[in-house]
Design a protein around this ligand. Structure first.
Ligand code: NAD
Length: 471
């Protein structure tokens, strides 16, 4: 491991200028080394006021800027991020702990794809339509407060900020306290791309202070939140007091469902891809396929395949750390006896962990009770549960036995059977037979996984009000 860089960020980006932050300093820890890798100054209440006021003042001009100019501005931002992709990847490697290859591919290239897809959607977005004697207009909502989590420090910001700016809204961003450094680099990208002052503002700080102030603020027209379901519930409650619109992207407990007719060859692919998806980013993704539901008669085969696939995720090289000591403790609580029910058994063994960093062993637990804590709660770590089904109908019922409804996967040698099951899963996304992530597709959840959609055309629509003008 190279000598740690300590990134110092004293200034906040408000109204197109870098201004000294008025809040307390906050250290950012590298979860792979447990060393300090950054120190930022947080926003004070006055900084938050200034940021919301700047976003409010910039709205009239930005919302009236022609679509082609907004698209061009976002393309300039994209170009700066692409040019500085290695800098972003290094920051994310340090503040989030992702291995370098993942820090570049997942954390930087994916959001670049989201920007491309969103700008393309902007250029053909139906801002105006007609119903009888009415002209139907979609108008940007105003000031959007974006509150983001630590698991994908750039991507989670891009999926909110870019559709909002594309629509003509203005933004105040509060990134996660554990990983605020990438957001500073992003603010520099907005600055050098020459976005008008006040269109994008950065106010880092804690959720309870800065996040809460933004949620309560009457100058904020929409709160766009990604994070845990408990905090999302709290934000929805606070925003209800002012009837502020909210978009909530929350937790998940996504199921990968293998149908009875699946061939041995496809089964092997299903297990390999499910393990890879579940362990991606140290298991810290909201759409992690953390439940693998398989026909009872195939269990032995699946256990062997899953154990072999999991063995390839060596902590410290392919598998990054968890974000914090607290998160590691939480994940370990799911590995305690009884968490997966009476019959649950780990099919992976202990592995060597690096001396430092918040690593846990990649773990596959089989024969998990569908009603157990392990099958019901989001783990947010590299822990895959295998559950068995008596029939395809039973598999669908097990998959839908969740308070969450974010992602899912279906596997079948018969495409039509897989598509029919995709229609029965109560989730915002479903991948059939290992289909790839689509950076233009709407992203969001059913049930307690949230409300609203992000990315591309649907992300733009989500930050628009609708007006009918009669003539
Ligand atoms: P978190 O809920 O603890 O925090 C998310 C953000 O909310 C942070 O910026 C935090 O500072 C802020 N916050 C905390 N309390 C607040 C309050 N009272 N008022 C306003 N803001 C507040 O989540 P996390 O631990 O950072 O992230 C992990 C969670 O995020 C997981 O549950 C995961 O599933 C979820 N997640 C969801 C998606 C999705 O798109 N559905 C994507 C990634 C992560």
């Amino acid at each position: 491991m190279a000598e740690q860089t300590v990134q110092r960020e004293k200034d906040l980006y408000i109204d197109g200028r870098w201004v000294p932050g008025g809040g307390a300093d906050l250290e950012v820890e590298n979860p792979a080394t447990e060393e300090v890798t950054g120190v930022i100054t947080q926003a004070s209440p006055a900084d938050v006021e200034a940021a919301v006021a700047a976003a409010g003042a910039a709205f009239a001009e930005w919302s009236a800027t022609p679509v082609a100019e907004r698209a061009a501005a976002l393309r300039r931002v994209r170009a700066v991020i692409a040019e500085r992709a290695d800098v972003f990847a290094d920051i994310i490697h340090r503040e989030q702990g992702s291995p370098p290859k993942l820090a570049r591919g997942l954390h930087v290239d994916t959001p670049l794809g989201v920007i491309d897809a969103t700008v393309e959607a902007l250029e053909r977005f139906p801002f105006s339509g007609r119903i009888g004697n009415s002209e139907i207009r979609r108008e940007p909502v105003g000031v959007v407060a974006a509150i983001t989590p630590w698991n994908l420090p750039l991507h989670q910001v891009i999926v909110k900020v870019v559709p909002a700016l594309a629509a003509g809204a203005t933004v105040v961003l509060k990134p996660a306290g554990l990983t605020p450094l990438a957001a500073f680099e992003l603010a520099r990208a907005f600055d050098s791309a020459g976005l008008p002052a006040g269109v994008f503002n950065l106010v880092p700080g804690s959720g309870r202070v800065v996040g809460d102030q933004l949620t309560r603020h009457e100058g904020v027209d929409q709160v766009s939140f990604t994070g845990s379901t408990p905090v999302g519930r709290r934000i929805a409650g606070v925003a209800a007091e002012t009837l502020t619109r909210v978009t909530l992207e929350l937790g998940g407990k996504s199921a990968s469902v293998v149908l009875a007719d699946t061939s041995d060859e496809l089964l092997a692919k299903a297990v390999k891809i499910t393990v890879a998806n579940c362990f991606l980013n140290g298991g810290q993704t909201c759409t992690a396929l953390s439940r693998l539901v398989v026909p009872k008669g195939r269990l032995g085969q699946v256990e062997e395949l899953a154990a072999a696939a999991a063995a390839k995720y060596e902590p410290g090289s392919r598998l990054g750390p968890l974000i914090s000591a607290e998160q590691r403790k939480e994940v370990e609580s799911f590995l305690a006896p009884g968490a997966g029910g009476r019959d649950a058994v780990a099919v992976t063994g202990p592995v060597a962990l690096p001396d430092r960093g918040y690593f846990v062993a990649p773990t596959v637990v089989s024969r998990v009770d569908p009603d157990s804590r392990l099958a019901q709660e989001e783990v947010f770590g590299p822990v895959l549960s295998i559950l068995t089904a008596d029939s395809d109908d039973d598999a669908v019922a097990i998959a839908n036995n969740s308070i969450y409804g974010l992602g899912g996967a279906v596997w079948s040698t018969d495409d039509d059977a897989a598509l029919a099951v995709a229609g029965r899963l109560r989730t915002g996304q479903v991948d059939v037979n290992g289909a790839a992530f689509n950076p233009a597709a709407p992203f969001g959840g059913y049930k307690q996984s949230g409300t609203g959609r992000e990315i591309g055309e649907y992300g733009i629509a989500d930050v628009c009000e609708i007006k009918a003008v009669q003539r």
